[in-house]
Design a protein around this ligand. Structure first.
Ligand SMILES: [Ca+2]
Length: 361
């Protein structure tokens, strides 16, 4: 009897466990299945004693269109996973809220405005991020300030932000500073990076790989701090070294790359070590590069590019005059109406693939 009872209880526990697994797996299904919220818009003004877990709880309970006004406080790490809304929920820190980090995973339709992120120090320069957006859709970060330690030590900072395996991400009017690299976009799509400032960085401003449909427009890069001989900062670098697909449909327009009081940097750099995976369908239009390092605009491993109306000027003290550089392999490249000291076309570039028109110093 006891044995039978025990087996029956065991079977019931097993059954309950399996039902539990089924419920959990349904809850983790698509957002449509997990019941996205719809209700009346309201503004939540959180009290001054809110903790970072209170904030997470209010966000989870919010309805589409809600605005959550944060108090003027310094919070810890805001870490959200699996929060889905049918329409954007806005988190606004205009009163002066700051976080030590923000991590958003599997989030849909969440906008962050007027947020300060101060991430402290790390030795994991490329592997630790002040802001992480992962496997998410419909995320916006605007009018915000993202940094690591704002001391004079350029060797103790991580990377400002990454957006990875995510789509429909907008980053605008935000300042990235005192970081190793500013912004890393990987394996993503439908990305808009506009009107941001990248300053006081040790390496690149914006670093993109494996990404389709990206606009990089009206950003400013200035005051770089290359600290070691290997540090060659670029304002904008497109590469493919860890990518599983090409960067495609890239628009780099009206960005200002200005030396300022910092060290030299490169301007717009497209290349990659990995075989295959060329950058495809690229527009580089109306950018100003006023710097003191070679490779103002550099193209290698590109198929289909228009480079036009850019100004590439030397800013003293000049280490190498910045120019427009074309290196093989290249296909279907049009370079038109640019002002640059030189356009260097490497001898191995097929002349039939490059059209140079109306360029001058
Ligand atoms: Ca620092």
């Amino acid at each position: 009897m006891r044995e039978g009872l025990s087996t029956s209880v065991g079977a019931s526990v097993l059954l309950l466990f399996m039902i539990g697994l089924l419920v959990v797996s349904l809850a983790e299904g698509s957002p449509e299945e997990s019941g996205e919220k719809t209700a009346i818009i309201k503004t939540h003004s959180l009290p001054d004693v809110a903790s970072v877990s209170d904030i997470a709880e209010v966000i989870r309970a919010a309805n589409p269109g809600d605005v959550i006004d944060l108090p003027a406080q310094a919070f810890g790490h805001l870490n959200l996973t699996g929060v889905h809304f049918t329409e954007p929920v806005i988190i606004d820190g205009k009163a002066g809220a700051s976080f030590s980090k923000i991590t958003l995973r599997e989030v849909r339709n969440l906008y962050l405005r007027n947020i300060i992120v101060k991430a402290g120090t790390t030795s994991n320069h490329l592997g630790e991020f002040a802001v992480t957006v992962m496997r998410s859709r419909g995320v916006q970060i605007s009018d915000s300030d993202i940094s690591w330690s704002a001391d004079k030590d350029w060797t103790n900072d991580g990377t400002g932000m990454t957006a990875r395996l995510s789509t429909d991400v907008v980053i605008e009017d935000t300042i990235f500073h005192h970081s190793f690299t500013g912004l890393v976009i990987r394996d993503a799509g439908d990305i808009k990076i506009r009107k941001n400032t990248f300053r006081d960085l040790r390496r690149d401003g914006i670093n993109v790989s494996g990404t389709v449909d990206i606009d990089i427009d009206q950003n400013v890069c200035t005051d770089f701090h290359p600290e070691r001989p290997k540090d060659h900062p670029d304002c904008i670098q497109l590469w493919n070294d860890t990518a599983i697909r090409s960067n495609e449909n890239i628009r780099i327009t009206a960005n200002n790359i200005i030396r300022g009081d910092g060290g030299v940097s490169q301007g717009i750099f497209l290349a990659g070590q990995k075989p295959g995976l060329p950058h495809r369908n690229v527009l580089i239009d109306g950018n100003l590069i006023h710097q003191g390092m070679g490779q103002g605009i550099f193209l290698r491993k590109v198929e289909g590019a228009v480079v036009r109306n850019n100004i590439v000027q030397a800013a003293p003290p000049v280490e190498h005059t910045p120019v427009i550089t074309l290196r093989a392999p290249l296909k279907d490249i049009r370079v038109e109406a640019n002002r640059a000291a030189r356009i260097d076309v490497a001898p191995e570039v097929l002349r039939s693939e490059v059209l140079l028109l109306n360029n001058g110093p």
